[in-house]
Design a protein around this ligand. Structure first.
Ligand SMILES: [Zn+2]
Length: 138
């Protein structure tokens, strides 16, 4: 299930843009003119790709996952307003959430060296997982 993959990516600390890249949505983003992060969220919530917010099948879509840092169930409302507003449910002292907010200003992590390193490490780990999973569930 693609939503399991997305949930795994979000729980692993990937942002929506990074999740979209991992899903191979870069071309769709180019062609549709939609933001890569937005397409990933549309995919996660079962929207038609490139549908836009006005065309959502239901109001206020959200995607659920569990924060590994604070252990809370997160209601993720997409890449629109930044982690402070879009990720509801973190504990007040959640370290991951604090990091996200601190980095929300750095062009959504794009130019941030620390995040570049994190993303590279994650991509390598996911590549390993893919190999492990080949014989596993669909
Ligand atoms: Zn948290």
């Amino acid at each position: 299930m693609v939503s399991d993959y997305i949930r795994y990516a979000r729980e692993d600390g990937a942002g929506w843009r990074e999740t979209g890249k991992a899903m191979g949505l870069e071309r769709a983003a180019e062609e549709s003119g939609y933001d890569l992060a937005e397409l990933a969220f549309q995919q996660a919530t079962g929207q038609r790709l490139g549908s836009g917010r006005d065309d959502y099948a239901y109001r206020d879509p959200s995607f659920g996952w569990t924060c590994r840092s604070c252990g809370e169930a997160i209601t993720d409302r997409g890449p629109y307003s930044g982690p402070a507003d879009d990720e509801r449910g973190h504990k007040a002292d959640c370290q991951r959430h604090a990091d996200c907010q601190r980095h929300a200003d750095c062009q959504r992590h794009a130019d941030c060296q620390r995040h570049a390193e994190e993303i590279a490490a994650r991509e390598a780990r996911w590549a390993d997982d893919d190999q492990d999973d080949d014989a596993g569930e669909v």
